[in-house]
Design a protein around this ligand. Structure first.
Ligand code: ZN
Ligand code: ZN
Length: 412
């Protein structure tokens, strides 16, 4: 009798891995917290460490997710803007350029006061975006859509565009940058982006929503600051590459974009599963388990630990870990038969760095008939004792496809 073909569930706990935190007596949040349910999967399966891209390479969530889905980011990545655009359902076409934007707050001299405009979110961002409709700059159509929280996407459509431009977003700095072309061909696109920012400021600074925010003592979202320009990515569809169907369960537009660009379906989620720190994780997990009834492969992304890491707040990350352990418990109790389950992260977001690092992440793989190893704790050290050793993100799905009895023999 042929072995049953199993389904595969990836639980990607975004940015969960960490480094030694002085606030936690030199432990990582995962080492510090008791996590019986996360541990159960390592204990009954196999543990290891994973370099999401390759050792020492500091991944973005987008490139890491591409790699974890088995795509070489060096070949398939064209920037974060396009992935976010595809993720929020914009019909991106070859020739278009997409950029991610932050709603930000600038003063009269265009110095940035808050690059997230007080973390403004829906429905206010929707109201603001409405006022940015019908924008045409020198024959280039500028299409703006809101994304998660303070984020938005700008899609440029027209002749003669290039993605080889610098970011207008200065990151941690306060001085708004002018977008520049990296070559002669890109200067026009840079000009369009700079004109776009001016136009946004004109339309947003006296917008009723912003007046209300100012009156309430909140930061007005009076400009959109673009970054991460990219052209349409050409990626081999997931179903052709692996011969299985797949879905993505995620709140973040960018993660949905990566998955959609790879040909995964975006599984619909109820309100409240939005990828924020207070996202409803159990409902999301329920959706992921439901999706497994329909699809051979499901990737669930949970964003919260990454946010706590960027906030540089180990205690907050510990609180998130308590919720993540509840998620693992929920999955354990409803363990779907014939499923390969992976618990891992797309990268570490050490609190001490307030950003991603190139450190390897813990990974656990569980399925019912697999060989158990000595690893028994889900943490950076606990997983390092496991038999998976140190793998690359690009190998993860192949390992799971094998455990799921879905791989073709190489040779005879
Ligand atoms: Zn991430
Ligand atoms: Zn992050």
């Amino acid at each position: 009798m042929p072995a049953p073909k199993k389904r595969i569930l990836f639980v990607i706990m975004d940015g969960l891995g960490d480094r030694a935190c002085p606030e936690l007596r030199g432990m990582t949040p995962l080492q510090y917290m008791r996590t019986p349910n996360l541990d159960w999967f390592v204990d009954h399966g196999q543990g290891g460490l994973m370099d999401p891209i390759s050792p020492g390479i500091r991944p973005g969530s987008d490139t890491a997710h591409l790699a974890i889905l088995g795509y070489d980011p060096g070949e398939s990545y064209t920037g974060r803007g396009p992935l976010e655009a595809i993720g929020i359902g914009l019909d991106m076409q070859p020739g278009d350029i997409a950029l991610r934007c932050n709603f930000a707050t600038v003063d009269d001299s265009l110095e940035i006061i808050d690059r997230r405009a007080g973390r403004i979110r829906e429905p206010e961002t929707t109201e603001l975006v409405e006022s940015l409709e019908d924008m045409d700059i020198d024959g280039i159509e500028c299409i703006v859509r809101e994304s998660t929280e303070h984020r938005a996407v700008l899609l440029l459509r027209g002749e003669g565009l290039s993605s080889n431009i610098t970011d207008a977003d200065p990151g941690g700095d306060t001085h708004l940058l002018m977008c520049e072309g990296r070559d002669e061909e890109s200067e026009f696109t840079a000009y369009v982006v700079n004109r776009f920012m001016e136009e946004c400021y004109e339309r947003l600074r006296n917008h009723p929503t912003n007046r209300k925010r100012s009156a309430a003592g909140l930061m007005p979202a009076n400009i959109l600051v673009p970054r991460g320009a990219g052209c349409y990515p050409h990626i081999e569809p997931f179903q052709e590459k692996y011969g299985i169907t797949g879905a993505c369960v995620a709140g973040m537009g960018m993660i949905k974009g990566v998955c959609k660009a790879c040909g995964l379906d975006i599984y619909p989620l109820p309100d409240g599963c939005d990828g924020s720190l207070d996202s409803d994780l159990i409902t999301k997990t329920q959706c992921a388990l439901e999706a497994l009834n329909e699809y051979d492969f499901v990737l669930m992304n949970i964003k919260a630990a990454d946010i706590a890491g960027h906030n540089g707040n180990p205690k907050e990350k510990c609180d998130v870990i308590r919720d993540l352990d509840a998620v693992a418990g929920f999955i354990k109790e409803r363990l779907p038969e014939d499923t390969v389950i992976v618990l891992t992260c797309d990268h570490c977001t050490p609190c001490i760095l307030e950003d991603h690092s190139g450190d390897p992440v813990p990974v656990a793989i569980f399925t019912r008939d697999m060989v158990r190893d000595e690893a028994s704790e889900f943490s950076e050290t606990g997983c390092s004792k496991g038999s998976l050793g140190r793998i690359r993100g690009m190998d993860l799905l192949n390992i799971c496809m094998d455990l799921a009895n879905r791989t073709e023999k190489f040779g005879s």
